[in-house]
Structures are given as structure tokens and as C-alpha cells.
Design a protein around this ligand. Structure first.
Ligand code: SF4
Ligand SMILES: [Zn+2]
Ligand SMILES: [Zn+2]
Length: 287
């Protein structure tokens, strides 16, 4: 199989490109998203929400390569045998690439790790995701934007999940860049239009050597069922995931954003207290 742009052998089937042309394709797609959606201005200070997985590590690598002022924040949920490993890799990567890394843990911030908060065999992603977003927001105040490694696969799953659960509020919060809301650091997703597989290939070409690991709670999540269903659709109808995102962007509206401030922590929310504070109260009461 030859590259569609030159006589070199292709290293990937779709798009059918050799190593050099795939690298160009990947980097121009990231640049295009940054320019088209106004994700980053040259004078801005960006923090990458880094987990130590391939997406966030590749994002750190490429933003640094493009010359942006970038630092990393990681959240240690306290998931034994998983997060400790990814953070070990992240620390090494950041130190080798001279990227400042700050780590905040559930244990220190909420008094309990995720492993101690959620019973074995129970779904954890709802609690975990809410607390992580809360900490990220709290500790990213001094940055202009928080960049996440969410890719086309993640984002098409999120659109579908919110549709299936009729979560109108969350539905309006997606897209490559969130709207400016007082109390929230703006979130950007430079990999919005890149497939998970493409990020893997780019990370491999660049020799990033990110070890693969999966959170032990992931298979219990609602998302994992949506992911499997969507992957089946993509096989039968190639382009489904990209279509979902394009259709979503064409109908997205910014209605129903939070207008209140949480009476406990001041974060924007729709009721009196935000979800993260309600979860923290539950954790405290169970101690
Ligand atoms: S898969 Fe779920 S439990 Fe694991 S880190 Fe992600 S959100 Fe947290
Ligand atoms: Zn080529
Ligand atoms: Zn709160």
C-alpha cells in the first residue's frame, strides 16, 4: 500500500499516508482547529489537563512543539494500579520536556481517594468526573484556558450520551471551545477532529512511548457501552463519528448555562449548591 501523496509506503490506511505525510496531515489538522475555532492566542498561558495517557501527553508534546506557553495539571484520583502508573510516566515526560507539572489529589483535597469513596464493582465515573472537573477548575484560575486531549471518538460519544440521557445543559457545553462563563476557566479541545487511532499513530511516530493502561472502573461506565455501539456503527457506516460532531456543531446553542453561584464554593451552578459540593458532603458523611 503506497502513500496517496508520494511513492513511500503508507503507514496508515485511512488516510492512506506515509510517515512524513501523516505527520503533516496530523499537525495541520490540529493547527486548523486552533485557528478556525480561535482556541489559543499567542500571548495566552495554557494548562493541559494531563492524565499521563496518550491523548494528553501527545497534546502537551504538540502544543510545546508549536511554541505555546504550556504547563500541565494532573489530578490524582487515587486509583491503585492505574493512576499511580500513568502519573509516574507523566512526571518523567514533563521533566524530560521541561514542562511544569502540578498534581492535586482527591486524598488531600477531599480527604479520601476514589478507591475509598466508591465501593468495588460500582460505577465511579460520575463521581470521579465531577470531582476532577471541580479541582481542575479550582486550580486553573491563573491560566487563560485549559486544554484537554478529548478526541473525535470521545466527543462523538459525549454528544450521543447527552442526547440519550436528554442532558440539555451538558449538550450545550460541548464543542472545541466552551463559552466564557464567570467562574469557569475556558476549556479547549485541539484534538476535536482527530481520531483516537490517529493520535496513537502520531505518538508512535514521535517516539512518545506512552504505556497503555485502562482505568479499572472504565468498563462499568455508561460511556463504554456507547463507545462499543458507536464503534459498530462506524464499521458499518464509516464517517458516523465525524458526522455526529458536524451535525452537533450546526445545531449547538448556548442556552441553559448556569447562572447561580454555589453557596459553598462559589462555582457557577444551576441550583444552590454545585454537584461537586454535594458529593463532598456525601463523602464526609460516610467517613
Ligand atoms: S474511567 Fe471513570 S473512574 Fe476512571 S478515571 Fe475516568 S472518570 Fe474516573
Ligand atoms: Zn507520502
Ligand atoms: Zn460548590
Amino acid at each position: 500500500m503506497r502513500c496517496k501523496e508520494c511513492p513511500e509506503p503508507a503507514i496508515i490506511e485511512n488516510p492512506q499516508l506515509c510517515q512524513a505525510h501523516f505527520t503533516d496531515y496530523f499537525e495541520s489538522k490540529v493547527k486548523k482547529s486552533i485557528d478556525e475555532f480561535g482556541l489559543i492566542e499567542r500571548n495566552e498561558k495554557i494548562c493541559v489537563a494531563a492524565s499521563g495517557g496518550k491523548d494528553s501527553v501527545t497534546l502537551l508534546y504538540i502544543l510545546k512543539k508549536f511554541g505555546y506557553d504550556v504547563e500541565a495539571i494532573a489530578i490524582d484520583e487515587g486509583i491503585h494500579g492505574y493512576r499511580d502508573r500513568t502519573l509516574r510516566f507523566l512526571k518523567k515526560f514533563c521533566s524530560e520536556n521541561k514542562i511544569r507539572l502540578r498534581i492535586y489529589s482527591y486524598e488531600k483535597e477531599f480527604g479520601k481517594s476514589l478507591d475509598k469513596t466508591v465501593k468495588k464493582g460500582e460505577p465511579a465515573c460520575n463521581t470521579c468526573g465531577t470531582l476532577r472537573r471541580h479541582l481542575l477548575n479550582k486550580h486553573s484560575e491563573k491560566y487563560d484556558k485549559v486544554a484537554t486531549g478529548h478526541n473525535l471518538d470521545d466527543e462523538s460519544q459525549a454528544v450521543l450520551m447527552n442526547l440519550l440521557k436528554a442532558q440539555k445543559k451538558l449538550f450545550s457545553r460541548q464543542g472545541p471551545k466552551t463559552r466564557k462563563i464567570k467562574g469557569f476557566t475556558q476549556k479547549i479541545k485541539p484534538f476535536y477532529f482527530l481520531k483516537e487511532k490517529e493520535i496513537m499513530v502520531y505518538a508512535f511516530i514521535k517516539g512518545l512511548n506512552v504505556p497503555f493502561s485502562e482505568c479499572p472502573f472504565a468498563r462499568l461506565s455508561y460511556r463504554s457501552k456507547v463507545r462499543d455501539a458507536l464503534n459498530k456503527y462506524e464499521l458499518i457506516y464509516p464517517g458516523t463519528k465525524e458526522n455526529i460532531l458536524n451535525k452537533y456543531l450546526s445545531i449547538r446553542s448556548f442556552d441553559n448555562q448556569e447562572t447561580n453561584s454555589c453557596t459553598k464554593c462559589g462555582s457557577p451552578c444551576s441550583g444552590l449548591e454545585c454537584k461537586a459540593c454535594r458529593i463532598q458532603q456525601r463523602i464526609a458523611s460516610e467517613t
